[in-house]
Ligand binder design. Structure first.
Ligand SMILES: C[S@@+](CC[C@H](N)C(=O)[O-])C[C@H]1O[C@@H](n2cnc3c(N)ncnc32)[C@H](O)[C@@H]1O
Length: 227
């Protein structure tokens, strides 16, 4: 059982971090970011039930990247390029986003969407296990962004933390995992996902080399800044 009242849960019995009316209000505030390609990518996600970050998180990612003047970003789990769209906007024409995804159809789709808006030349997209791509890609990053399968989160954090420059960011999506991180009885669809995210979050908050905070929008976005 959770510690929370039913009014804070949705119909599926999951906790809602931010009231939907407040998210809708915030979404309206960023209406000027509406672009045909984004609306298309969001519609594709809706139709296929594909878990992209939403518009508010996209704007948040771009803002974070701009704040640390990011030029080189690694994405663990790029899907078909929606989060990469926001990072690519932030880094400018001489920036680079190294994308990784295990599914080749996502690569093809990302190329189509991001080429249409002149962002593809900022993308280096690798098909394969993100952890392997990361090892094969040298150097430090301004931002390492984690959005892979949730059971992999602790491993990705352990790898990424050593490859972020001082003042750079580690960002992870879904760190509240539909509120399951805060529930006593966890009903995971994928076994041990919640336990992995709980372990991941705790490791980061315990790490003295990082300042860290969770933005509770959508499914929770963790941002940790390397000192
Ligand atoms: C949540 S989606 C990514 C969405 C994307 N970041 C966005 O918001 O537009 C996760 C993606 O990561 C891929 N994936 C999951 N675990 C992976 C891993 N260990 N290595 C490579 N790709 C992985 C899946 O194929 C899927 O496309």
């Amino acid at each position: 059982m959770s510690d929370f009242q039913a009014t804070e849960m949705d119909d599926a019995g999951e906790l809602i971090p931010v009231n939907p009316a407040i998210e809708a209000y915030m979404r309206n505030l960023v209406i000027r970011t509406d672009q045909p390609v984004l609306l298309e990518m969001e519609e594709f996600a809706r139709l296929r039930n594909f878990p992209i970050v939403n518009r508010l998180v996209g704007v948040f990612l771009k803002t974070q990247a701009r704040m640390v003047k990011a030029k080189r970003i690694f994405e663990f789990g790029s899907g078909y390029g929606y989060s990469a769209y926001w990072f690519a906007k932030a880094v400018g024409s001489n920036g680079q986003i190294v994308c990784s995804d295990s599914d080749a159809t996502n690569h093809a789709r990302a190329k189509e969407y991001l080429s249409a808006v002149g962002l593809w030349q900022r993308i280096e997209f690798h098909v394969g296990l993100a952890q392997d791509v990361f090892v094969q890609t040298g150097g430090l990053f301004d931002i390492c962004y984690n959005d892979v399968d949730k059971g992999d989160y602790p491993e990705v954090w352990q790898m990424a933390k050593h490859r972020i420059r001082s003042g750079g960011l580690y960002i992870a999506d879904n760190v509240l995992w539909h509120g399951r991180v805060a529930m006593k009885a966890r009903q995971d669809t994928v076994v041990e996902s919640t336990a992995a995210i709980v372990e991941h979050n705790q490791m980061i908050f315990d790490d003295p080399d990082f300042d860290v905070f969770i933005n509770p929008i959508r499914d929770g976005v963790l941002v940790a800044r390397k000192k």
